[in-house]
Ligand binder design. Sequence first.
Ligand code: NAI
Length: 653
Amino acid sequence: MFQPKVTRTKHWHFAIDVEQLGWLTINTQGAPVNTLSREAITELEALVAQIEELANAKQLVGVILLSGKDSGFIAGADVSEFDAMSDFSVLPEALKRTHALFQRIENLKIPVVAGIHGFCLGGGLELALACHYRIAVNDDKTRIGFPEVGLGIFPGFGGTGRSIRQAGPIDAMGIMLTGRMLKAGAARGMGLVDKLVRHRDMLGWEARKAVLQKRKSGVAGFTKRIMGMGPLRGYAAGKMREQVAKKARKEHYPAPYALIDLFEKHGNDWQAMSRREIEPFVPLMGTDTAANLRRVFFLSESLKKQGLKGAKFARVHVIGAGVMGGDIAAWCALRGMSVTLQDLDMERIKPALDRGKALFKKRLRKKYEVDAAVMRLEADPTGKGVSRADVIIEAVVEKLEVKQAIFGGLEDKLKPGAILATNTSSIELERIAEKLKDPARLIGLHFFNPVAQLPLVEVIRSTFNTDAEIGKGAAFALAIGKSPVVVKSAPGFLVNRVLMPYMLAAVERVQRGESKELLDAAAVAFGMPMGPIELMDTVGLDVGKSVARELGHAVGDNTQFADLVAANKLGRKSGEGFYKWVDGKAVKGPVPEGRDMAALGRELVKPLIDMTEIVVAEGVVANADLADIGVIMGTGFAPFLGGPMRARRDGKA
Ligand code: NAI
């Protein structure tokens, strides 16, 4: 009987079958996803040497590279090694070795075919691109892309040139510069993948056929390549710089600019581009930006590890179909939950259902998926969904008596173990829970507006709660794809508490006659996504005024702020606040020149950072790391600085 020849290493498995096909499988030991760690690469070097020998001896007809994990192909290089790898004495050598290894794979005379399911990202995609042919599963889980810019670098295992070879410069640079992840169909359309199959079980069979037929991926066609040639390349690079500049400043995020420079020099010759990528890559890895972005990455990953294990949520009941309740309900339905939505009458629920449908159409591709989501979101004016729900979220008007009355009427109807939550933004949880027989049941799940765009959910803990309720709340936030940060019930919780003094200090400066355009520009120059005055207009001056009062910073009567509110100039939503708003954009005047923007920016964010320190000292969040990731996710605070606490520690703010 035929015995397959098998080589097993810690992370790889290589077996040669009766047809002399080599099946190379990666299965990173002790981890839920595959990564290309140094160890995995060293093992692969030995396996490739074995493959070379077998190919030369004509004992192997081809190699099929697959993943042994359900989670996907390869998620990238091992980010936990990046700090050590930033050492200039180690990094260039390590990169050169990996480049040489991938080149040896590409040089093999026998076909090498990659079969991709799930995540195929960063270094994983670079390895797949060094294979001769790529097959991917065409389902919703497949994600193909280069997320490196989010870590302050760009592809460094030869992926810059190889992606241009396959997809042409515009598409390839587009995905490298944005970090956008592609679904299988889009990757196929770009030329990064050659063939699609419907199920993971079909990968092996299709890959076998590809090897036996010696299929080889073609390079991008002339019409795609042309943008990398001659003077057109300079023009394309200029356009790319313009696009990137709209999102990120060079002094904050140097990686995309360095990638464009590399493209401008070598974009017509993919081999040169790959070879030369090492030189600009090495200094990027050592920047503070890259170190801070890695920290943000690990902190946001750590949020995913919270939550009570095994908690399951299928049905959600939301009370209050206004701005927040309606959008929370729609979001939960989008994420697969069955949702009942309650308000005083049907008329108040209808607009929320319409908004929900618009969201489903935007986020889901297929009509049957949209229809199914619409079915999952059900109007429920009488509250019949309460007794079946695993999670109940209250989002009615911000009035203590109304909230107390609602919860008082719910308690006896609940399913045992159901989460009972309020989305209040300013009322102490203890006061809402006061009238409950079991006040420990009530937690806060504080979402941010707009719900579909902001990833953070503050899980609010009252003095009554135990770890179990909070763990369940965090698990629910994760189940709907949000990032939970646990915060003690204290006025303003975390995000509103730190934002308010920052916005109000800027408003006061405008009141004293400073230019709002200047202040907003200085905050953006510091690294905020939006200046404080524009943010106040976006939040809504009425909302800002009431939150300010709750936090003890009441807005004075004879101020521009109070006058604007009195005149119903509430900001973006009413078409005018501090700015006039046209088509959802603030109409801004010129920014006065001659000020030291960096110094002004630091001055402006100082109240935010001071307040974050206070919040940490008071124990409102468990530690400085959580404060940093919470404030980054809730306010967009400069990720390249690693968060407010880190920025202060580093003397950057
Ligand atoms: P909203 O005024 O848009 O909606 C409130 C809804 O509750 C209305 O549709 C109203 O008819 C309904 N309602 C009132 N009494 C009810 C009752 N007894 N039974 C059923 N429904 C009832 O208010 P919004 O902005 O959605 O706020 C809701 C909650 O979310 C508040 O607690 C607010 O503090 C909080 N929140 C608001 C944010 C925002 O940006 N608007 C952000 C985060 C939290």
